[in-house]
Design a protein around this ligand. Structure first.
Ligand code: GLN
Length: 483
């Protein structure tokens, strides 16, 4: 059942919220031991919410747009009173005293929040293997990673445990796991969704967004969570309203950047992407060559700027303000040093070191300032390209889901997986990934669409049009067919 089916079943009275919740929880107990997508299932909280919902329906009260729909939340998004770990030992016991804005909006929409999903520690990673607790697995092949950092959210949806999940995307963390798990995932325009209550990684890049089977469901979830929030200084005064999908793509111009052809993409992936572009052309879209000359610098630029912001954001975990505190320290300096050494895993420490170095006096001009200038160049490239086309298409990831352990000891090959996704974060653009077929080994391939700032409704409408004319998004992992 997709999210719309859940809502339909509840609103027509076919099933109660409690029954729908039980269905979801049964799947979680049957499948999550293999997939390990969840860090925590809040059975008690979800049951209370379902009972309250059933009571309200019985008394004829109006119900929210997501009434009866189970949703999973990435564990770097604050939930009042419920553990929110960011996948880190640092926050292993952290119970936030408040809900993130997206969480309170989901509650208001009457969604059933069933639990918190696994992620790479502080959202730093592309495989979910950097979680301090355990890795999650790809429902299409349990020996492979689900992608990251929102790997738990993607795995939970791909395993049919929940129809919808929230992820966060700083450099691809929604789109890449969506691609590797055969799902649709969207990073909204920067500022469209409130970051209040999102545990910060790199604040000028971070955005929260939906992961689901289809673009339609993503749009639906986005309608509930987007919109201005006075608690986030970067929140825009704009909301999100779903646009009905066009019947064909006549009149739309798509660009496939020449520079994307210079990146090494696995042939099995590239051939699916080429077919998808053909399918878009068959829907009467016009494909035009475009150029993004500075895009080859996006990985380096991202690594300087995102690590710099991370080093600043993570300074708050000092053994005093938040999180883990080392015991028996003689002075403040050793308290800070020992707390941070005990609380942060190797990837987080690596990023803090890199970022602190890039910001340090004497190097600021050489690294941070230069990277900030390149970021503006990349933004300008996109502005020029979007004067000619409505959408930029390409692969989401150069490779499909890889075996657990294959890249975890080699940071550079792990970072390389993000080549296609980072630019949208550098430029603050909306971008989504949607399934466009599978490799010969049966692994899903994701097609990325990027649009100009605030073109989110149109981007999703184009994806909806593609999905109305294809069935890749309807394919489910083999485990979904077992009972
Ligand atoms: N994989 C990228 C990184 O490791 C992006 C992570 C993200 O989007 N949170 O930084």
């Amino acid at each position: 059942m997709n999210a719309l089916d859940f809502h339909q079943a509840f609103s027509t009275g076919a099933l109660s919220a409690t029954e729908l919740l039980d269905q979801a929880l049964e799947r979680v107990s049957a499948r999550d031991p293999k997939v390990t997508a969840f860090l925590q299932v809040d059975e008690e909280g979800a049951r209370k919410a379902a009972q309250a919902l059933d009571a309200r329906r019985a008394s004829g009260e109006p119900l929210g747009p997501l009434a009866g729909v189970p949703v999973a939340i990435k564990d770097n998004i604050c939930t009042e009173g419920l553990l929110t770990t960011a996948g880190s030992k640092m926050l292993a016991h952290y119970r936030p005293p408040y809900d993130a804005t997206v969480v309170s909006r989901l509650r208001k929409a009457d969604a059933l929040l069933i639990g918190k999903t696994n992620l790479d520690e502080f959202a730093m990673g592309s495989s979910c293997e950097n979680s301090a607790f355990f890795p999650s697995r790809n429902p299409w092949d349990l020996h492979r990673v689900p992608g990251g950092s929102s790997g738990g959210s993607a795995a939970a949806v791909a395993a049919g445990m929940v129809p919808l999940a929230l992820g966060s995307d700083t450099g691809g963390s929604i789109r890449q796991p969506a691609a590797l798990c055969g799902l649709t995932g969207m990073k909204p325009s920067y500022g469209l969704v409130s970051r209040y209550g999102l545990i910060a990684f790199a604040s000028s890049f971070d955005q929260i967004g939906p992961i689901a089977s289809s673009a339609r469901e993503c749009a639906w979830l986005l309608e509930s969570i987007a919109g201005h929030d006075p608690r986030d200084a970067t929140s825009l005064p704009t909301g999100f309203e779903r646009q009905a999908p066009p019947r064909s793509l006549r009149g739309f111009r798509l660009g496939y950047p020449k520079e994307f052809r210079d990146v090494l993409v696995e042939p099995a992936v590239q051939s699916r992407i080429n077919k998808a572009v053909k399918a878009l052309e068959a829907l009467e879209a016009e494909v035009i060559p475009v150029r993004l000359p500075s895009i080859d610098a996006s990985l380096a630029t991202y690594l300087v700027l995102a690590t710099a912001e991370a080093s600043s954001n993570l300074a708050r975990y000092d053994g005093v303000h938040y999180g883990l505190r080392a015991q028996g320290c003689a002075d403040l300096e050793s308290l800070t040093a020992r707390s941070r050494a005990a609380g942060f895993g190797p990837e987080v420490r690596r990023r803090i070191c890199l970022g602190t170095f890039a910001l340090s006096s004497g190097y600021y001009d050489a690294y941070y300032r230069k990277a900030a200038a390149v970021r503006r160049r990349i933004q300008a490239d996109f502005r020029k390209a979007f004067a000619r086309v409505d959408v930029i298409v390409g692969p989401t990831s150069p490779i499909p889901a890889f075996p657990l352990g294959e890249r975890s000891n080699d940071p550079l090959t792990m970072y390389a997986v993000d080549v296609f996704t980072l630019a949208a974060n550098l430029a603050g653009l909306p971008a989504l990934s949607m399934p466009c077929g599978r490799t010969r080994d049966g692994l899903p391939v994701g097609l990325q669409l990027m649009g100009p700032r605030l073109s989110d409704p149109r981007l999703l409408a184009i994806a909806e049009c593609y999905q109305a004319n294809s069935s890749h998004h309807l394919e489910t992992a083999p485990m979904c067919q077992e009972g």
